[in-house]
Design a binder for this molecule. Structure first.
Ligand SMILES: C[S@@+](CC[C@H](N)C(=O)[O-])C[C@H]1O[C@@H](n2cnc3c(N)ncnc32)[C@H](O)[C@@H]1O
Length: 311
């Protein structure tokens, strides 16, 4: 259990509907009471540690994971100008999240910057953040917008990644469970998260990240080389196959033409009882194309009274 966590949540309540986002103003309320309310509502009692975000309303609310966490009452909004005591997972971070961050995460929670990747230059990073701003090491997004892209995690993935790296896989899963695709983030990054969890400080995570990047780069090169070799081998085979096919078809056509010839030949070839080819019978045709019977065969054979052929 996080130190002081219950204490923080005792006075806490979920964010009220009239609280404001990072770039909005609180209507009909003076600054002081709004600030007081904000400080009072920056935690929810639905999650074991504090979750917060600066929301710049850049994204489609239907696809925005930060907004969904807010609707679920799991995360609260921070104003521009307001700093966060816990880990700030941010593109503006210097070091990377590491297992040594566990006590900070457990005591003060984690926050993100809900904005568009394409509009980072509009974010006043100097007016948000905190003492513990962190980048995330190489991990691959599982969300539907950036699936398969390294580093470009959405807010819920970023928070979950932070929890997973510091060893709170339970919190990571608890958060991601709210998204249909959520747990696949832990699955596709399982091997890497285990490696990061075995590290200590930011430098060791960075070294692990570098080693992983080197490994996947090498694997990519090996795969490329292998596929080129396979292509060559296949091409060799294809050539051989083509040649074989060609030879085959040549042989086949040769065979078939031979066969045809053979068949043609057989039409006029006669065999004796022992299968020996006998003299080809010559068929003669009249001017109308009608076969004329061989006169020789038509020659009448005469016999004497004893049945002997008479010449
Ligand atoms: C740019 S926003 C995009 C949010 C997206 N629209 C959504 O639906 O959640 C994602 C935020 O998550 C955190 N984040 C994601 N990947 C990160 C990384 N590799 N390093 C540091 N922070 C990261 C940052 O706070 C970042 O601003």
């Amino acid at each position: 259990m996080a130190k002081g966590k219950n204490k923080t949540r005792e006075g806490g309540n979920t964010r009220s509907n009239n609280s404001r986002g990072s770039n909005g103003h609180h209507s009909k309320q003076n600054h002081k009471s709004a600030e007081f309310k904000h400080n009072q509502t920056h935690t929810t009692n639905k999650f074991p540690t504090k979750l917060a975000m600066w929301d710049f309303d850049h994204c489609d609310p239907k696809r925005c994971s930060g907004k969904k966490l807010e609707r679920l009452g799991l995360i609260s909004s921070l104003r521009v100008g307001q700093k966060f005591q816990g880990i700030v997972v941010s593109p503006n971070g210097k070091g990377v999240v590491c297992p040594d961050d566990l006590p900070i995460v457990e005591e003060f929670g984690a926050s993100v910057v809900e904005c568009s990747w394409a509009r980072l230059d509009e974010v006043p990073f100097n007016k948000i953040g905190g003492k513990h701003e962190r980048l995330l090491p190489y991990l691959v997004a599982a969300n539907q917008v950036n699936y398969g892209r390294p580093w470009r995690l959405n807010c819920v993935e970023a928070l979950a990644a932070c929890f997973a790296i510091v060893g709170r896989m339970d919190w990571a899963a608890q958060l991601l469970e709210n998204f249909s695709w959520g747990l696949s983030f832990l699955e596709i990054n399982a091997e890497l998260l285990e490696i990061y969890q075995k590290c200590t400080d930011a430098e060791s995570v960075k070294r692990a990240e570098d080693a992983w990047l080197e490994k996947i780069e090498q694997e990519t090169l090996d795969r490329k080389k292998q596929s080129q070799e396979t292509d060559l081998w296949m091409m060799g085979n294809v050539n051989r196959m083509n040649k074989l096919n060609m030879d085959d078809s040549e042989e086949e056509s040769a065979e078939s033409s031979e066969g045809d010839e053979y068949i043609e030949d057989t039409e006029d070839v006669a065999y004796d009882a022992l299968g020996n080819v006998m003299q080809k019978k010559e068929v003669k045709y009249d001017s109308l194309g009608n076969a004329i019977e061989d006169e020789e065969q038509e020659t009448e054979v005469k016999y004497d009274s004893l049945g002997n052929i008479i010449e």
